[in-house]
Ligand binder design. Structure first.
Ligand SMILES: Nc1ncnc2c1ncn2[C@@H]1O[C@H](COP(=O)(O)OP(=O)(O)OP(=O)(O)O)[C@@H](O)[C@H]1O
Ligand SMILES: [Mg+2]
Length: 253
């Protein structure tokens, strides 16, 4: 990228890329997180499952810096990021994190390739370079020929693959996905998860997927089960590549 090197781009080091300890978050009438510790390793995929209201999205928002936890720390490559100011957190998110959501916030008036280029342009890259870089993602993600389509002229699965390209184009350390397949049918959901996990593994990004869908969870290296704001269990998925990532259940054990 043409933007200046980020202060958050230290040399790669052993250990988790993203780690959180003792995260708690209370709202007026709900305890969304009651002491969650979790760590994410580069190139591995973690699913977070649990009943509605168990704190899955709050966990994602705290890890990604959208929500400030009441207590607990989040570190990225060993650097404490949970106490950053709004501006710094926004810059950090733009440079180090990618996001895929259920119904994506792609801009309907922009061609797909420009949607993918947008995060690069926000980081200071010229439109021309950013669009060229963005276009490189289309063939690997099965989107060849769709570069100039508007999101409204694409299928749900194609839109999600554009979203995956947009999440990965900045070379993120962590990709966060909240219910990325909720609006898709079964077959499209399976393909989309294959594309997402493969692209993140290939790019060396840690992937965190919040989902209600156990098939989606099974496509990840491990599944973290949440209940009442706590980690209730962690299962390594037998079909996926082994991972040394850990998640612990705070005071639940
Ligand atoms: N901004 C907020 N203000 C008040 N309460 C909130 C807020 N965000 C979340 N909560 C509450 O915190 C708890 C956890 O919510 P969260 O959205 O993390 O659950 P979730 O596991 O993602 O649920 P779902 O599967 O329905 O998306 C819930 O009781 C919810 O009502
Ligand atoms: Mg949620």
């Amino acid at each position: 990228m043409s933007s200046p090197p980020s202060p958050w781009s230290p040399p790669s080091r052993p250990g988790p890329v993203l780690a959180a300890t003792g995260l708690t978050k209370r709202y007026r009438d709900a305890t969304a997180l009651a002491g969650v510790s979790i760590s994410l390793e580069a190139g591995t995929a973690t699913a977070v499952v649990g009943p509605s209201g168990s704190g899955k999205s709050t966990l994602l928002h705290c890890l990604a810096g959208f929500t400030r936890p009441d207590a607990g720390d989040v570190t990225l490559d060993g650097l404490l990021i949970s106490r950053l100011g709004q501006r710094t957190a926004t810059k950090l998110r733009r440079e180090r994190f990618g996001f895929v959501f259920q119904s994506d916030q792609l801009l309907g008036e922009l061609p797909a390739v420009e949607n993918v280029a947008l995060p690069l342009m926000l980081g200071g890259m010229s439109r021309r370079s950013a669009t060229a870089r963005a276009a490189e993602w289309f063939t690997p993600l099965g989107l060849a020929g769709l570069e100039t389509r508007r999101p409204g002229q694409m299928s749900g699965g194609q839109v999600q693959r554009v979203s995956i390209a947009r999440a990965l184009v900045v070379g993120p350390s962590v990709v966060f996905a909240d219910e990325p397949t909720a609006a898709l049918d079964r077959a499209t959901s399976t393909t989309t998860m294959e594309v997402l996990t493969r692209a993140c593994r290939h790019a060396g990004a840690a992937l965190l997927v919040v989902t209600h869908d156990l098939d989606v969870a099974a496509s990840c290296d491990r599944t973290v089960r949440m209940r009442d704001g706590r980690v209730h269990g962690v299962v390594t998925n037998p079909s996926a590549a082994s991972s040394s990532s850990t998640a612990t259940a705070g005071s639940v054990g």
